[in-house]
Design a protein. Structure first.
Length: 255
């Protein structure tokens, strides 16, 4: 008699800020998923980590995790429902994908109920944000200075402000560069490389990326021929550009 082994694919999302804050860091999520797997006698065959805020709807690492689930017959496991609470699209996508999934903080919960709870939580978060915004606008209208613009905030600490600016500039550049790598490298760049190897033009690659629902990172715009060229140049290198297609060089001359 053969024994059917349970297989789990874990998906974690961590913010770009203070991953351990409020117990929602990567280690806390991993602990919850691994404890669930141990209780269920399951094996975690893969773990995917998404680094970004909860408001984003496009999640390349989630797409990879779902593909892994489909191709291995595993179940997708998420550590905490409140990792989804600010984005109903996330759980809707899971339901529409047809892949089995579960939450470690409420195992066995009905997916439809999870969808409703996520929608309620998202709406509540929206209302809280709106109330906070209105309160701050009213305070500003009364002449109340907020944040670091408050009178006396930097008295005797101007050197700290300047030091903070000096320190933040390279850190901000590094964060932006990492965010770009996270957005493009795992899902988009491999597709572009494969399509270039197949002989597709820059326009064709842009159209294929747009058809798959991908957007540029910073302004969430559709891809264009120029955007594709710049990404190939940045992530695959000039040597790849020279070897793969001469029309790319002609395109480069126009930018």
């Amino acid at each position: 008699m053969s024994i059917i082994l349970k297989k789990y694919v874990a998906y974690y999302r961590v913010s770009t800020k203070k991953q351990g804050e409020s117990g929602l860091g990567l280690e806390a999520q991993q602990k919850a998923v691994r404890e669930l797997a141990a209780r269920d006698g399951a094996t975690i065959i893969a773990e995917y980590v998404e680094v970004e805020t909860g408001k984003r709807a496009d999640r390349p690492r989630l797409a990879e995790a779902l593909l892994h689930v489909r191709t291995t017959g595993a179940k997708l496991i998420i550590a905490k429902l409140d990792r989804l609470a600010r984005n109903v699209h996330f759980i809707s996508g899971l339901m529409e994908s047809g892949v089995p999934f579960d939450c470690a903080d409420r195992p066995g919960a009905d997916p439809f109920r999870l969808h409703i709870e996520a929608a309620i939580a998202e709406e509540e978060a929206r209302k809280i944000s709106e109330r906070t915004k209105v309160a701050l606008e009213r305070a500003a209208a009364r002449g109340v200075k907020l944040g670091s613009s408050r009178e006396g905030h930097w008295d005797g600490r101007e050197h700290l402000r300047q030091a903070g600016i000096t320190k933040a500039q390279p850190m901000g550049a590094a964060v932006n560069a990492q965010a770009a790598r996270d957005h493009y490298s795992d899902a988009i760049v491999p597709k572009m490389k494969r399509w270039r190897d197949e002989g597709k033009s820059l326009d064709e690659i842009a159209a294929l990326l747009n058809a798959d629902g991908f957007t540029t990172r910073r302004d969430r715009k559709p891809f264009t021929k120029g955007t594709v060229w710049r990404l190939i140049d940045r992530y695959l290198g000039a040597e790849f550009l020279r070897n793969k297609a001469q029309p790319v060089l002609a395109c480069a001359a126009s930018y």
